[in-house]
Design a protein around this ligand. Sequence first.
Ligand SMILES: O=P(O)(O)OC[C@H]1O[C@@H](O)[C@H](O)[C@@H](O)[C@@H]1O
Length: 229
Amino acid sequence: MKKELAVLFDMDGVICDTNPYHLQAWEKFAEKHQLHLEGKDLSYYIYGRTNRDALQLFMQDKAFANGNNFTSDQLTDLSEEKEALFRDIYRDHVELTGGLQAFLEELKNAGVPIALASNAPISNINFILDATNTRSYFDAVVDATQVTKGKPDPQIYLRAAELLHVEPANCIVMEDSTVGVEAGQKAEMKVVGITTTHTAEELSHTDLVIDDFTELSINELKNLLLSGH
Ligand SMILES: O=P(O)(O)OC[C@H]1O[C@@H](O)[C@H](O)[C@@H](O)[C@@H]1O
C-alpha cells in the first residue's frame, strides 16, 4: 500500500546546524588556496550546494588566484580536502537540531517513512549519522553521487520519494538553504523552511517556517499536505 506521508530531511542545517562550521572550513580552505571568498559570497556560492558546484561557480565568476581550471578528479580531491577540514572543526560540536530526536521518534512510531537527502559527500553523511547516532531512523539515504545533478535540481528529492515508494505530492521536505528549497519545490513537494542558515524572511516562499523541530507534529504535517500551494 502506498504511504500517505513521507518526510525528506536535508542534512546540513537541518539535522545539525553545521553551516557556521562549514563557513570556518571554507575560510581555512580559501586561505590555503588563495581563493577570494568573502562572507557575503557564502549565501550564493556555498550554502546548500555540492562542493563541485560551489567550486565551479567560483571559478566561473571569480577564478582562483592562480588562474587554473580544475579537472573533475581535482574537484573531487578539493571537495574532500574541504570536508576533512569541516569534520575536524565540527567533531567536538556535534549536536542535533532542537527537537529533532523526539520528532524522529514520533515519525518512526507512527510508521512514517523518512529519508535523508543531501548534497553533502557520503563521507560527511556517514560522519553525521554516526556522530548523532541517527542512522537507524532513515529508511533511505540519497547523496548527490546517486543522481546526475545535485540540488537545486529536484532529482535528489525525487529519488528519495522513489526509494520510499511515496508519491512526491505526499512528501514533505525539511530544508534550510534556498538552493534546497528550490529543489523541493521543483519536485512539487511541500517544503518546511528551518531558520538555521537563512532568515524567516528569506524562507518566506516555503509552506511553513520553523525555528526548530519542537514546533512540528505529524498532525501539522498532514494538514500541510491537505493545504493548497
Ligand atoms: O544538502 P545539504 O545537506 O544541505 O548539504 C550540502 C552542502 O551544504 C553546504 O552548506 C556545505 O558547505 C557543503 O559542504 C555541503 O555539502
